[in-house]
Write a protein that binds this ligand. Structure first.
Ligand code: G3P
Ligand code: MG
Length: 246
C-alpha cells in the first residue's frame, strides 16, 4: 500500500467559491464563503483568449456573464467589460470575472484553502494545465497549505504535474474507472475526486485502503455529507457552505 499523504484541506469546501450563495467563480463568492465559517473553496480555472488564467466554468460566456460566445476567443479587454454577478442576483451587479492571480491573492488574504479545478476549453488542455500550475506555484509560494490541483482532463493534469510537480493533485472523475490505479500512478495523485451521486461505501474503503484520499462533490444535503465523511471521505465540496458543516 502507498503511504497516505497528509490532508491539510478542510472537511467542507464551498463549490465554485461561494456555492449557491454568490455568483459562481467570483471574488464575492470567497467573501460569502468566509462569512459562513467555511474554510476552503473549489473553483474552476480556464484560459481567456489572451491566454490569462481566469475563473470560469463553462466554455461559453452566456450562462454566468453578460457576454456571449467562447471564452477562448474573448480577450482580457473584452472580458473586463462583462458582468459576472448580475445573472445570479442584481445585488451582485458589477462583479468582474476574476483573474486566477487575483483569486489566489484573495484566498491567501482570507486564509481560504483551495482546490483548483483546471477546466480547459477543448483543445487547450496542455496550455491550461501548465499555466494554472505555474501560477498556483508562484501564488502560493511559502503558503502553509498548498492548493490541491484537479481536473477531468488527464492531459491538463499531466501538464500541471510536469510544470509544478511539488503541488498535490487529485484525479477528478464522475465514477471510479476500472483502470483507476494505473491512472492515479501515472498522474502521481494523492486523491481521487468523485461525484457523490455515484459514490458508495465500498469504493471509499477501497481507495482509503490503498492509501488514496477521497474528495466528493457536490454534496448539498447535510445528512449525505455526514454519511460520506463517516465512510472516510476526506472532504466534501458543497453549494451550501451555510448548512453543510464538518
Ligand atoms: O471539482 C469538483 C466539481 O466542481 C466538478 O464539477 O462541473 O462543478 O466543475 P463542476
Ligand atoms: Mg469545478
Amino acid at each position: 500500500m502507498r503511504r497516505q499523504a497528509d490532508w491539510p484541506w478542510p472537511r467542507v469546501m464551498a463549490h465554485r467559491c461561494g456555492g449557491a450563495l454568490a455568483p459562481e467563480n467570483t471574488l464575492p463568492g470567497l467573501q460569502v464563503c468566509v462569512m459562513t465559517g467555511c474554510r476552503g473553496v473549489e473553483f474552476d480555472v480556464m484560459l481567456s483568449g489572451s491566454g490569462t488564467p481566469i475563473l470560469m466554468h463553462d466554455e461559453t460566456l452566456e450562462r454566468t456573464t453578460t457576454g456571449s460566445g467562447p471564452v477562448s476567443l474573448a480577450s482580457d479587454a473584452q472580458l473586463a467589460l462583462l458582468d459576472a454577478g448580475v445573472r445570479h442576483h442584481r445585488a451582485f451587479a458589477g462583479t468582474a470575472i476574476p483573474a486566477f492571480a487575483a483569486t489566489i491573492e484573495q484566498c491567501r488574504l482570507l486564509d481560504l484553502a483551495a482546490n483548483v479545478e483546471i477546466k480547459p476549453a477543448a483543445g487547450y488542455e496542455r496550455e491550461t494545465g501548465a499555466a494554472a500550475a505555474q501560477m498556483a506555484e508562484l501564488g502560493w509560494s511559502g503558503a502553509a497549505v498548498l492548493p490541491l490541483l484537479s481536473s477531468f482532463s488527464e492531459v491538463a493534469l499531466e501538464a500541471a504535474r510536469i510544470t509544478a510537480p511539488r503541488l498535490p493533485r487529485g484525479l477528478l472523475v464522475d465514477q471510479l474507472p476500472a483502470d483507476w490505479r494505473a491512472r492515479c500512478e501515472r498522474l502521481d495523485v494523492i486523491a481521487v475526486h468523485l461525484n457523490q451521486r455515484l459514490l458508495d461505501q465500498a469504493t471509499v474503503a477501497t481507495l482509503r485502503g490503498e492509501g488514496y484520499r477521497v474528495l466528493s462533490y457536490t454534496v448539498n444535503d447535510p445528512l449525505r455529507a455526514r454519511q460520506l465523511l463517516d465512510w472516510g471521505v476526506d472532504t466534501v465540496v458543497t453549494d451550501r457552505p451555510d448548512s453543510v458543516r464538518a
